[in-house]
Design a protein around this ligand. Structure first.
Ligand code: SF4
Ligand code: SF4
Length: 417
């Protein structure tokens, strides 16, 4: 695609990157077939190619309106279009640049500003989010049904193994996950402990920055990244082998630290090293199980339950790890049912379910129908956002897959040989 950007923007780092991305698009339109918002709305401006045109026009200096902002806001940043695109267009990076550009030129309405400010300040701060969640749990029966189902029941995390191994890895605690589902990281710690790795947390690390990033507050996002790098770095210097992430949305963000801080001389090198060390929990387990008897194929767990795995967009499109968890689950004897349209987003997408509730609910209903079409006993996923979002709309039990694995390994350990 030919593009000639506005000279005042063209020579900036974002301008140079945007130009390269715009020029890589050949307008073939293959991406339309796998875009969830285009499937729902049927409007080319709500497709990847349409949004790319909108961004091209705007970055070339044409007037920007609320309409452009609305079409960009409706994008889930699911990156399904990137997986489909034969030309390797980095749509996710382009839409970040486009949104930041619009944000400085188009004023949002007061309600929109209020909602976005509230989300940006409450969700990443456990000191605010925890009491609100506790309040919600106490008054759950009095809340409207939709809100009630958004608040998961408390599940105790169980014991966290003492750091007893020479090999250590850091785990990202995150912001909302420790309050919503503290059992996920505890399960990961128990699974890795069986593999001879102690999982440790860095007490002052916090939100990965994704919340602020997706709300176009790049300053706050980079601040969160720098804080995490400062907190993790001494552990890395002492030999922590990896930064393990159990929420695939956060993993996608931390793997981008090197790119996000590439122009920051004080952080660029460390940010790149942190990004390289970052692994989704599935990558770590896949790497470690080869020679471990407990995880050997011969030790397949006997499973009678059937499972539907919901592969989050951040796992399959963001981190390009589609099929990894499914392979691990089958290795341990899980009976996986086919999930139609597994490439489509469930509508959670960070804060999307709160900012675009109508579209989000349609995607949620479609995803639940797809997951339940094979009549599974259980749904497993790999991201806290998808887990909470889907759990609010189904009676089928839903868990993070590492919780399921931890429970199966405990059963195997307790059962007589
Ligand atoms: S598939 Fe890729 S090259 Fe084709 S229109 Fe979509 S983004 Fe552009
Ligand atoms: S990121 Fe997802 S919603 Fe946005 S244009 Fe691409 S496929 Fe469509």
């Amino acid at each position: 695609m030919f593009a000639s950007l506005d000279p005042t923007f063209r020579d900036s780092p974002d301008g140079a990157e945007a130009l390269g991305i715009l020029r890589s698009c050949v307008h073939c339109g293959f991406c339309l077939a796998t875009c969830p918002t285009y499937q729902l709305l049927g409007d080319e401006l709500d497709s990847p190619r349409g949004r790319i045109y909108l961004m091209k026009n705007m970055l070339e200096g044409q007037p920007v309106s609320r309409l452009t902002q609305r079409h960009l806001d409706r994008c889930l940043t699911c990156r399904s279009c990137e997986t489909t695109c034969p030309s390797g267009v980095q749509y996710g990076r382009l839409v970040d640049i486009g949104r930041n550009y619009v944000e400085t030129r188009v004023k949002r309405g007061p309600l929109d500003v209020f909602k976005r400010t509230l989300l940006k300040h409450v969700l990443p701060r456990p000191t605010l989010f925890r009491p609100l969640l506790a309040f919600g749990r106490v008054f759950r029966p009095l809340l409207p049904r939709y809100l009630r189902r958004k608040i998961p029941a408390y599940r105790p995390p169980g014991p966290w193994p003492q750091p007893r191994h020479g090999r250590q890895m850091l785990v990202l605690a995150g912001c909302v996950q420790p309050a919503l589902a503290p059992d996920i990281n505890a399960s990961a710690a128990r699974v890795l402990d069986r593999l001879g790795i102690s999982l440790i947390t860095a007490p002052r690390a916090g939100c990965c920055g994704a919340l602020a990033h997706h709300l176009s507050d790049e300053g706050a996002a980079r601040e969160a990244m720098r804080r995490n790098i400062d907190v993790w770095w001494p552990f890395v210097e002492q030999g922590a082998e990896a930064i393990v992430v159990t929420a695939s949305g956060c993993g996608t963000e931390v793997k981008e630290y090197g790119h996000a801080l590439r122009h920051d001389p004080a952080y660029s090198d460390r940010a790149q090293q942190i990004a390289t060390l970052t692994k989704d929990i599935s990558e770590v387990i896949l790497e470690e199980i080869r020679d471990n008897e407990l995880f050997n194929k011969k030790n397949k767990l006997k499973q009678s339950v059937s499972i539907a795995f919901q592969s989050p967009c951040s796992l399959q499109h963001g981190q390009k790890l589609g099929g990894v968890v499914e392979g691990l689950l089958e290795r341990w004897g899980a009976r996986l049912v086919v999930v139609p349209d597994a490439h489509l987003c469930c509508g959670s997408a960070g804060t999307y379910s709160l900012l675009q509730p109508g579209l989000s609910r349609q995607l949620q209903a479609n995803k639940i129908a797809a997951l339940e079409s094979g009549h599974p006993d259980l749904i497993l996923t790999a991201n806290i956002g998808c887990l909470t979002h889907l759990a609010s709309a189904t009676e089928t039990p839903i868990q993070h897959w590492v919780e399921w694995l931890d429970a199966r390994l405990s059963e195997q350990h307790q059962s007589p040989p």
